[in-house]
Design a protein around this ligand. Structure first.
Ligand code: ADP
Ligand code: MG
Length: 354
């Protein structure tokens, strides 16, 4: 099992920087997810680590070895892509055995390793099936077994669950995390699905336009996003714009309201954006006690939760409350409240002061 180290890696296609000065350290055994919208450079980063593509600048080390110029075949990396790319004419056993036959592993050891890999993804007994006789989730678990059967140093996964429907995806996610933990294998997963990134990873790398926006543990990235893009991409966020108040425990909004926030290290008058996650926003019945008066414009029942769209003097906001309670109907006069420490402040035009 190996660590991965990217130092100032860039990849240019003509004038386009697909990947722009990315540095990243992945510890041995760590599960890191690269999260970003389509076209943000995720696949390009992964293919450069795999050696299928080479950086225009920067260096890549795997397990302490400089692999920047090394061809893919010499890197010992397990790869899984969205399209499972199983060989349709081969059965499960032969598909999983393929990397071993390329490496000229003997028949006895091949049998033993394939059985072990299939057991790891809980597909023992499926050896004789053809890919067409498996569900999408099972096919992707075969692809996982094939990626680990030759004991790779690291595992790279490019949107491996993207083709699966929600239930299957959750099932394979759990399987993947279990497998990764039991092998202790250093893993990088690429996805555009924020829930997947939050639920699976030790740390998340948020990418936009080829640039790293934030590298942090899921909770940290969600609650303390480094900028507006990260806040927005990792879920719904309420943004309130204003200036730090004289006591530095409040923000003065454009409309003249002062809202409480946790103590800020920014100077009075600094332009900031306050970020408030919808589940931190409580709606209280009409009037007193709240921070901002609000009118419910829409109440969306989602089973486990209710999502409220409300109008406040500073503009529309979203609140999510647990389902199964009384709740408010559209048109209800309420007030919005929150704990000052639930407000995350980012200075305008910059990253967080830390
Ligand atoms: P993602 O995986 O996040 O969707 P990619 O890494 O595939 O993004 O692509 C990042 C950017 O680089 C995109 O703008 C894409 O069009 C461009 N790109 C990727 N591969 C090539 C290529 N071979 N030639 C030219 N441009 C490319
Ligand atoms: Mg991609």
């Amino acid at each position: 099992m190996s660590s991965i180290h990217l130092h100032s890696v860039s990849k240019h296609y003509g004038a386009v920087a697909a990947v722009d000065d990315v540095s990243l350290d992945v510890a041995q055994g760590e599960f890191v997810t690269i999260l970003g919208p389509s076209g943000s450079g995720k696949t390009t980063v992964l293919t450069m680590i795999a050696g299928l593509n080479h950086p225009s600048a920067g260096s890549i080390h795997i397990g302490g070895r400089d692999v920047t110029a090394l061809p893919a075949a010499q890197r010992n990396i397990g790869l899984v892509f969205q399209s499972y790319a199983l060989f349709p004419h081969m059965n499960v056993f032969d598909n999983v055995a393929f990397p071993l036959s390329v490496r000229k592993v003997g028949a006895r050891e091949t049998r033993q390793r394939v059985e072990e890999a299939l057991a790891r993804v809980r597909l023992d007994g499926f050896e004789r099936r053809k890919p067409s006789q498996l569900s999408g989730g099972q096919q992707q678990r075969v692809a996982l077994a094939r990626a680990i059967v030759f004991k790779p140093d690291i595992l790279l996964l490019d949107e491996p669950l993207g083709a699966l429907d929600r239930k299957l995806r959750e099932e394979v996610q759990i399987e993947l995390r279990r497998l990764q933990r039991s092998l202790g294998i250093t893993t990088i997963l690429v996805t555009h699905d924020q829930e997947e990134a939050l639920s699976l990873s030790d740390r998340i790398v948020v990418l936009d336009h080829g640039r790293v926006q934030q590298i942090a543990a899921p909770r940290e990235a969600y609650l303390r996003p480094s900028n507006r893009f990260v806040a927005d991409f990792l879920g719904t966020a309420n943004f309130l714009e204003g200036r730090i108040g004289p006591d530095r425990r409040s923000i003065l909004l454009g409309g003249g309201q002062a809202i409480p926030c946790g103590a800020s290290t920014l100077p009075e008058g600094a332009r900031v954006t306050a970020i408030l996650r919808p589940e931190r926003l409580a709606l209280e019945p009409d009037g007193a006690g709240g921070i901002l008066p609000a009118t419910v414009s829409e109440a969306v029942y989602l089973g486990q939760s209710v999502r409220y769209h409300v109008e406040t003097p500073t503009g529309p906001m979203v609140a999510v409350t647990p389902g199964g309670r009384g709740g408010f109907a559209a048109g209800a006069q309420v007030s919005a409240a929150w704990q000052p420490d639930d407000v995350w402040i980012i200075p305008d035009g910059g990253s967080t002061p830390g």
